[in-house]
Ligand binder design. Structure first.
Ligand SMILES: CC(C)(COP(=O)(O)OP(=O)(O)OC[C@H]1O[C@@H](n2cnc3c(N)ncnc32)[C@H](O)[C@@H]1OP(=O)(O)O)[C@@H](O)C(=O)NCCC(=O)NCCS
Length: 194
């Protein structure tokens, strides 16, 4: 279930700075720079929606529920990618629900193909995981992809995430048909031990 509380990312100190990158909250001004790479077929291939044009993309990304969990990755002042950090409630029994709510998050990522192969996603997500398990106080982070999206699951493995499931032909791709799915996760204690 998606967390309905106002701006759960506020507790962190944005922007984050790494050796090469700045990771900041997404704003409406990022719609055009992110569209510049999200419109490319090699990106659209793996993401949930292949938007027909900038206006269709803008309509979705202007929604606070979409832009709110959005982060932008900058290298030398240029937007080279974006991330999604969506805090959610894990499954729990009723009596302990309050205790579990808002303690996990799902991550998503896109790097402009012109900037892939430089380790930017790895560097940015490492910084975000530090914040997730630090100031945001989360206990579990998950990520999912089509099994055919090797760049995405290789990233999860580079980050030290653990493969939790390989589901068979459960995920419908717009041109490839029913594909296998992979899900990965990492717990706060695993991140601390890495
Ligand atoms: C998934 C995605 C973000 C991965 O991007 P990426 O550039 O491969 O990942 P990184 O930025 O971490 O770069 C890692 C690559 O750079 C290389 N690299 C170079 N310098 C590096 C460094 N300092 N640190 C780590 N890796 C480095 C790595 O060897 C690796 O290349 P390899 O896979 O050929 O071994 C990208 O493929 C993408 O945007 N895909 C389209 C959208 C998508 O699929 N989103 C996810 C949907 S589930």
């Amino acid at each position: 279930m998606i967390d309905a509380r106002p701006d759960p990312l506020e507790k962190a100190d944005w922007p984050l700075r790494t050796e090469r990158l700045v990771i900041r909250r997404m704003t409406p001004a990022d719609i055009e720079p992110t569209w510049a790479f999200r419109r490319l077929p090699e990106v659209a291939e793996w993401v949930t929606t292949a938007f027909a044009d900038l206006e269709a993309y803008r309509k979705i990304f202007e929604d606070p529920d979409v832009i709110g969990p959005g982060l932008v990755i900058e290298h030398e002042g240029v937007v080279v990618g974006d991330l999604m950090l969506r805090i959610s409630d894990p499954w729990s029994q009723t009596e302990v629900r309050e205790q579990g709510n808002g303690t996990q998050a799902e991550l998503g990522w896109t790097i402009d193909p012109a900037h892939q192969g430089n380790g930017y996603a790895t560097e940015a997500v490492r910084a975000v995981l530090d914040v997730c398990f630090g100031s945001l106080g989360l206990r579990r982070i998950v990520a999912e992809c089509f099994a055919d999206n090797e760049a995405s699951w290789r990233l999860m493995e580079r980050l030290g995430m653990r493969r939790e499931s390989h589901t068979v032909k459960d995920s419908l791709h717009r041109t490839r048909g029913w594909l296998d799915g992979l899900s990965y996760a990492i717990l706060a204690e695993e991140w601390a031990r890495r």
